[in-house]
Write a protein that binds this ligand. Structure first.
Ligand SMILES: *[C@@H]1O[C@H](CO)[C@@H](O)[C@H](O)[C@H]1NC(C)=O
Ligand SMILES: *[C@@H]1O[C@H](CO)[C@@H](O)[C@H](O)[C@H]1NC(C)=O
Ligand SMILES: *[C@@H]1O[C@H](CO)[C@@H](O)[C@H](O)[C@H]1NC(C)=O
Ligand SMILES: *[C@@H]1O[C@H](CO)[C@@H](O)[C@H](O)[C@H]1NC(C)=O
Ligand SMILES: *[C@@H]1O[C@H](CO)[C@@H](O)[C@H](O)[C@H]1NC(C)=O
Length: 682
């Protein structure tokens, strides 16, 4: 108490100084400003806070994760919350926990707020509030930044953020984690007659006996369809491309099985259906239904929405939707047009886009080349191209791995946020990317450990990968580097590459097209056919020097990296446990031996003893262990014990260890090294 009192007074003093300077100046400076207190902003906040950096998280709403207060509209998250994995390993368990953020508190996990496999959306802001509170993150709520501009001064570039009270925040580094809020719209004739996902009623009763047309076939579209399926008379879904199923594409942004009841009702011919058409080419017309005379003679008039295509409208382009007559509708000419019946409602569910309008031209990142330009274009380390010091985090950074990996989703971007933080630490504070120094003889076990448990490369497959810097008898293990940035590895990570080269450990899916992922022969279990693996499996790329940017650009289509000097696939595994002595470990060891050009087997002490007598250069394992006197201490008692146990082979039975009955037969057949007695319990 006594010792903390002066500190406390000092704190108040500093606080007063600070607030007085704020009052007269109205400008606050921070080294790091994080824009948005959603999952990505808070994840970055955690890393900044842990590194004791001067940062602030600015949030326009009154609590964290406000997107989840509104979306998904039907309030069920489709990110899986698998609590029971049968394992205690927290790193491994993150492979199947798609909601928790990374922290060093082992119990700060999403399962504390919900134990449902597909959790309610309301649980997410709750989890984020807990995250902020327990880690003491500095978040300022109610700060609505409406303008961002960049200024160049002697000390370098900085960003000025102006809030709704015209207060300015200046920041050396700006981390934009605002998410995607602007509904994606497509203009077509009659697009004003369409309701948006963001404002539709979520009460299924409101759709009773109505015919509904949904524009879009993504998860929000199917989520909407799923909720009204019971009440609506017809649900049709229209978009340019056929439905893409996440279980076929391995992309979690495609249709997940949790919301796909409509596929059943379509295929079993129960009034629902899917149609393809370019949305720019459709026309939606509101007309009074040509109602039949009812028995009582009264005409029932109701406005209905008719769908047509531009090509059917005479003098197309000149007409707006109110001028289209009955003769313009396709059903007037052909009675086989799929959507000839009118709809009661048309709903747009086309996803969201990044809000570029906050940025001045001095600070505006460009539109991405992919994703229809909906996202900001960023470098492989998530810095805006052309806006140094401005990084994009979270869903908005998905242009790097759009439609390939998980960078647009919490279970992916929690790792890319960590990668960005590591880039920041190196660039602005000279702290090198964390790494583990290993003896080369430990490399095999380390690689096995990582491919057995690591969650980052598993979730961010083909994007984040471990890089092993070979240095002869030693090596350095660098985790979760964004591999598209490999040409800039040295400057981004602060690690040099030696002339021994490097190995990149990537998890990836097979590259074969049109694989039937539920068909026969979809998976291989023979290690000699590992390169034909279709499912997620580890692949090691060996380079003698860093690939150049040119090589990166010219890499084979669909490849994460350019053609390496040597490549090794570890065969896909049904259990995703790559620790089989024959199928996984031995081929991997041989590949590593090829790369480091030395024997990587492990040996008993007496073998080392014999090798050291018979070879000029005993195996590396003996050099690094036994010969450094880390072997068994010699004592006559111990030798007696060896003899009694029959561990010391006599001349005639040396090399027949495979006949040891305690050793499984398949190991002996494969000629496995007896000494690679790796036992991994994750
Ligand atoms: C306001 O404060 C900032 C940062 O503390 C400083 O750079 C700037 O010069 C100050 N402006 C005025 C007008 O005092
Ligand atoms: C986009 O940013 C502008 C400027 O700050 C703001 O006025 C607008 O409300 C934002 N749009 C959305 C959907 O948040
Ligand atoms: C359609 O065009 C007519 C004349 O060209 C115009 O009077 C009318 O306001 C337009 N309607 C809409 C919905 O734009
Ligand atoms: C309707 O059938 C005709 C042949 O009778 C065919 O030429 C036409 O393409 C069909 N229209 C649609 C919209 O499928
Ligand atoms: C896998 O390796 C075999 C033999 O080396 C080769 O014939 C085959 O084309 C390879 N398959 C793929 C998908 O690379």
């Amino acid at each position: 108490m006594d010792s903390s009192l002066p500190c406390f007074l000092l704190f108040i003093l500093i606080g007063c100084l600070k607030c007085s300077s704020e009052n007269e100046n109205n400008t606050r400076h921070h080294d790091y400003c994080v824009l948005g207190a959603g999952p990505a902003g808070l994840q970055m906040g955690y890393f900044l806070s842990k590194a004791k950096r001067d940062y602030v998280i600015l949030e326009r709403n009154s609590g964290p994760g406000s997107f989840f207060n509104k979306y998904p509209r039907h309030r069920k998250l489709i990110s899986i919350n698998k609590i029971h994995t049968g394992r205690q390993n927290p790193e491994f368990n993150l492979r199947h926990d798609w909601n928790s953020l990374l922290s060093d508190k082992p119990d700060l996990l999403f399962k504390r707020v919900s134990n449902e496999f597909y959790p309610p959306a309301d649980a997410y802001p709750l989890y984020l509030s807990m995250f902020v509170e327990e880690l003491g993150l500095k978040v300022q709520y109610g700060v609505d930044i409406g303008r961002i501009r960049a200024v160049q001064s002697d000390t370098g570039r900085s960003y000025i953020l102006t809030d709704q009270h015209t207060s300015d925040y200046t920041c050396s580094v700006l981390l934009v984690a605002t998410g995607l809020w602007v509904p994606q719209k497509i203009e077509f004739v009659g697009s004003d007659l369409v309701e948006g996902y963001e404002s539709i009623s979520t009460n299924p009763e409101d759709y009773k006996n109505q015919a509904i047309l949904i524009l879009g076939k993504g998860n929000s579209a199917f989520e909407t369809a799923q909720s009204i399926l019971e009440k609506a008379s017809h649900v049709h879904m229209l978009s340019p491309s056929p439905v893409r199923l996440a279980w076929q594409t391995h992309y979690v942004g495609d249709l997940r099985a949790v919301n796909n009841d409509l596929l059943d009702t379509y295929q079993l011919k129960s009034l629902d259906g899917l149609v393809e058409a370019r949305l720019e080419k459709i026309v939606i017309v509101q007309r009074k239904e040509q109602a039949k005379k009812r028995s009582d003679g009264k005409k029932k008039e109701k406005k209905k929405l008719y769908l047509s295509l531009k090509k059917y409208i005479q003098n197309q382009g000149e007409k707006n939707s109110s001028e289209v007559t009955g003769e313009d509708l396709p059903s007037f000419y052909s009675d086989n047009f799929s959507m000839r019946k009118p709809y009661d409602r048309v709903i747009r569910c086309l996803g969201f886009k990044f809000n570029f309008s906050v940025f001045d031209s001095s600070a505006c990142p460009p539109h991405s080349d992919n994703a229809k330009g909906r996202l900001p274009g960023v470098t492989a380390w998530y810095e805006g191209t052309g806006t140094p010091g401005l990084f994009v985090l979270g869903t908005a950074a998905h242009s790097r791995d759009y439609r390939t990996s998980a960078g647009g989703f919490i279970h992916g971007f929690r790792y890319t946020a960590r990668a960005v933080h590591r880039v920041l630490e190196q660039r602005y504070h000279n702290n090198r990317w964390p790494s583990t120094k290993l003896l080369t003889t430990q490399l095999l076990s380390w690689v096995l450990k990582r491919i057995g448990e690591a969650s980052g490369p598993y979730q961010m497959f083909e994007v984040l990968a471990d890089v092993i810097l070979l240095r002869g008898s030693q090596c350095e293990y660098v985790e979760e580097f964004p591999i598209q940035a490999l040409p800039q590895f040295s400057s981004l990570s602060g690690h040099e590459i030696s002339n021994h080269g490097l190995i990149v450990v990537v998890l990836q899916y097979g590259k074969k097209k049109n694989v039937d992922y539920l068909g026969r022969n979809r998976a291989h279990s023979d290690w000699s056919k590992a390169n034909e693996s279709n499912f997620l499996h580890p692949v090691l790329y060996y380079y003698d020097k860093l690939p150049t940017e040119e090589e990166m650009k010219l890499r084979p289509k669909g490849w994460a990296l350019p053609r390496p000097k040597a490549i090794h696939h570890i065969v896909e595994d049904f259990l995703t446990e790559w620790d089989g002595p024959v199928s996984h470990i031995q081929p991997l060891r041989r590949f590593l031996e090829h790369c480091v050009k030395t024997d990587l087997r492990t040996f008993y002490a007496e073998s080392c003893f014999r090798f050291s007598l018979t070879y000029r250069k005993p195996p590396l394992f003996c050099q690094q262990g036994y010969l450094k006197q880390q072997g068994v201490v010699d004592s006559s008692q111990l030798w007696q014990h060896f003899d009694d146990a029959g561990l010391v082979p006599s001349e005639h039975d040396s090399g027949t260890s495979g006949e040891d009955s305690a050793f499984p037969n398949y190991l002996a057949q494969a000629g496995a090294s007896v000494s690679s007695g790796l036992k991994l319990d994750f």
